[in-house]
Design a binder for this molecule. Structure first.
Ligand SMILES: Nc1ncnc2c1ncn2[C@@H]1O[C@H](COP(=O)(O)OP(=O)(O)O)[C@@H](O)[C@H]1O
Ligand SMILES: [Mg+2]
Length: 265
């Protein structure tokens, strides 16, 4: 099986060890892996069976799909998951419970306070802020010029649930908690612990999963009045939290899934 890992230059450098780990694992399994860096030019003349795209580039994913490559995750997921407004619209339309959310247009003013503002293409909690009044809203808009959403604040601040999914199957749920910040992102110092899902939570998560064909992704839920509520999908999900806090080898699980679900003819 011929496999590509597609990265942009910056992320490839940042994730060098993770990429090396992929190379080791693929060697063990007899998978022919090649690293493709977008900025260096993709070699479209020798296509793989599968491309694991670890960069937010739905157009590239779509192009590869058009050439018959199986792209993980799909361009569809890339388009939905990497834009928080697209995520909201798609899931809301499909009956998933979400915090009330509006797109911030030039004429928009928050209907109530406090609200969370977030850039649609943000990551790692960047520019995710609570505004408590009109002045704070205007100051945020002065600072952040990107496409932004405004969202009702969930009651249980500073914690969220990351659910790792491979092949539409729940692999592990981790609770992330921050004591200093309403944002619980691991990269901002949030602490992670293993989490046992109850039956109702599993059903809620399955409802979201059923709307996608997920190869490997993270589904993030926040907590409102003690109950999980969907927040976002991490298309290019990391694995550091799992390797740090559990003995789950997610790359092994993912590669085995790809091997068993790929037609090599
Ligand atoms: N509506 C909300 N209410 C309360 N906390 C929130 C809300 N939205 C986000 N957060 C917190 O902020 C963190 C970062 O927001 P998120 O939407 O996940 O953006 P990012 O893509 O930057 O991680 C979340 O993990 C969560 O802890
Ligand atoms: Mg997040």
């Amino acid at each position: 099986m011929k496999l590509w890992l597609v990265y942009d230059k910056f992320e490839a450098e940042r994730n060098r060890r993770y990429i090396d780990f992929y190379f080791e694992k693929c060697k063990e399994k007899g998978i022919d892996l090649s690293l493709q860096i977008v900025e260096d030019g993709i070699d479209f003349s020798r296509l793989p069976h599968i491309a694991i795209v670890r960069t937010m580039n739905p157009d590239l994913s779509e192009k590869l799909e058009g050439m018959g490559v199986r792209v993980c995750n799909s361009s569809f997921i890339s388009r939905i998951a990497n834009d928080k407004w697209n995520t909201y619209e798609y899931l809301h339309k499909n009956g998933i419970r979400l915090m009330d959310t509006c797109l911030v247009t030039d004429t928009f003013t928050p209907p109530y306070y406090p609200m969370v503002l977030k850039p649609c293409m943000g990551k790692g909690g960047r520019d995710v802020e609570i505004v408590n009044n009109y002045e704070e809203f205007c100051a945020y808009r002065e600072k952040v010029k990107e496409k932004t959403i405004a969202q009702k604040v969930a009651s249980d601040k500073g914690k969220d649930l990351r659910v790792y999914v491979v092949g539409n199957r729940i692999i592990k749920a981790m609770l992330r908690v921050s004591e200093e910040d309403f944002r619980s992102n691991f990269c901002l110092g949030g602490k992670a612990v293993e989490y046992e899902l109850n039956d109702w939570e599993r059903e809620e998560i399955q409802k979201v999963i059923s709307l996608f064909d997920i190869s490997y992704a993270g589904l993030d839920f926040i907590f409102d009045n003690g109950k999980i509520i969907f927040n976002e999908m991490e298309d290019v999900v990391g694995a550091r939290m799992l390797y740090t806090h559990t003995d789950i080898d997610i790359v092994e699980i993912y590669l085995n899934f790809l091997i068993s679900h790929t037609n090599l003819t």
